[in-house]
Design a protein around this ligand. Structure first.
Ligand SMILES: Nc1nc2c(ncn2[C@@H]2O[C@H](COP(=O)(O)OP(=O)(O)OP(=O)(O)O)[C@@H](O)[C@H]2O)c(=O)[nH]1
Ligand SMILES: [Mg+2]
Length: 367
């Protein structure tokens, strides 16, 4: 009998070889489901062997958001951390200079943003090459990923994206709007509220059965792919935003820059060493973290407009209370709010699920 490894290789080859179309999609769906299950089994086996993750990688989250710098060795991650935060992470021209997680804090617009510098990742990182596993598991706990590329080594981009994907992290994607409710009987009932162009109902059924889901009610609300369906079934994926930054722009020509722009559409070109575009990168990080400012006010006093609280956009009063004190949710009576989230100034708000808006002034009343 073929070993698990051989079976994985065989399925990967089959998927690569077979052209995806109406006639083949059910078969490909089945291969992909089988592959996902095999890999899952492999990981569980290896995970047990490796044991717990190195303590050096267990950093505590602090501040208003956590950003991880991911890139190949020598892309300039440590140089960038130092430029953004004033940390002093070791910089050198050789690979694997950084060997653990080095945190720094970027102060920006009242926010304290934690930036994590980690070892470089290389091909095979997700499977454990170098410190890949530790880096990618640290990434799961971040709110934003900055993929840092060396302008002279662009081919690393595809490798990084693949390693991230293999670690069950989906960047710049949302959890697909698919609901699978297992039922005891009656087989599979599959409905969709939109046109499905990339997958048909037969393929969906084949994939579900491969995961031993034989009785279920399935509602699909967006045009998903087979891979996305498997992601939903496996329910172990982490979804997070990412930006792609090209470093060492000082080493390339204007023409070289244009070529890169056309090829991969990076969010920004920088030179971490010379400081080019660092202010723009700060702003971009802040924007991508989706933060806003809320001002607190005590009854009968003026609001303190100098020191806002930083909280994620669309946060509710409940989240604000939780952030302030562990007892505040239980003790909450009502709030008075001035700002964009209410119809008139000083409006009394009873519900904790009230959604706040940037710049709101909030006066909390407790029991
Ligand atoms: N020309 C140029 N060199 C840079 C730039 N940023 C970093 N470097 C150089 O690139 C080399 C690697 O920089 P590091 O910051 O140590 O890279 P790293 O990504 O942290 O590397 P590892 O810790 O090994 O993963 C050093 O020699 C830096 O001086 C830049 O913007 N331009
Ligand atoms: Mg480094």
């Amino acid at each position: 009998m073929a070993s698990k490894k051989e079976k994985i290789k065989e399925l990967e080859d089959l998927i690569k070889k077979t052209k995806y179309n109406k006639r083949t999609q059910a078969a490909i769906g089945k291969y992909k489901a089988q592959l996902a299950k095999l890999k899952e089994g492999e990981e569980a086996r290896r995970g047990k062997k490796i044991g717990k993750v190195d303590q050096a990688y267990a950093v505590r989250r602090t501040g208003d958001g956590t950003v991880i710098l991911v890139g190949f060795p020598s892309a300039g991650k440590s140089t960038l951390l130092n430029a953004l935060t004033g940390a002093k992470s070791e910089v050198a021209h050789y690979a694997f200079t950084t060997l653990s997680v080095i945190p720094g804090v970027m102060d920006y617009k009242f926010a304290k943003i934690q930036i994590l510098d980690v070892p470089g990742i290389v091909r095979g990182a997700a499977a454990g090459t170098g410190r890949g596993k530790e880096v990618l598991s640290t990434m799961r706990n971040a709110d934003l990923c900055v993929i840092l590329l060396d302008a002279t080594r662009l081919s690393e981009y595809d490798v990084i994206k693949k390693e991230i994907y293999e670690s069950h992290i989906r960047i710049n994607q949302e959890l697909p709007d698919v609901k699978i409710t297992k039922t005891g009987k009656d087989g599979l009932r599959i409905g969709s509220t939109c046109k499905l162009r990339k997958i048909d109902k037969e393929t969906i059924a084949v994939v579900l059965r491969e995961f031993k889901i034989n009785n279920a009610e399935v509602v699909i609300r967006e045009d998903i792919t087979v891979d996305q369906l498997i992601d939903v079934i496996e329910a172990n994926k982490k979804y997070m935003p990412a930006i792609t930054i090209v470093n060492k722009v000082d080493l390339i020509s204007e023409k070289g820059k244009q070529e890169i722009d056309k090829k991969i559409h990076p969010d920004l070109f920088i030179s971490a060493e010379e400081g080019t575009n660092i202010p723009r990168l700060r702003e971009l990080i802040y924007q991508k973290l989706n933060l806003m400012n809320i001002y607190l006010k005590e009854p009968g006093k003026e609001a303190d407009l100098k020191e806002p609280m930083v909280i994620t956009k669309h946060a509710t009063l409940k989240l604000l209370c939780e952030k302030l004190h562990k007892d505040f949710v239980d003790k909450y009576k009502f709030a008075r709010i001035w700002g964009k989230s209410v119809k008139f100034d000083g409006q009394k708000v009873l519900k904790l699920k009230h959604v706040l808006k940037d710049g709101d002034v909030v006066e909390l009343h407790m029991n």
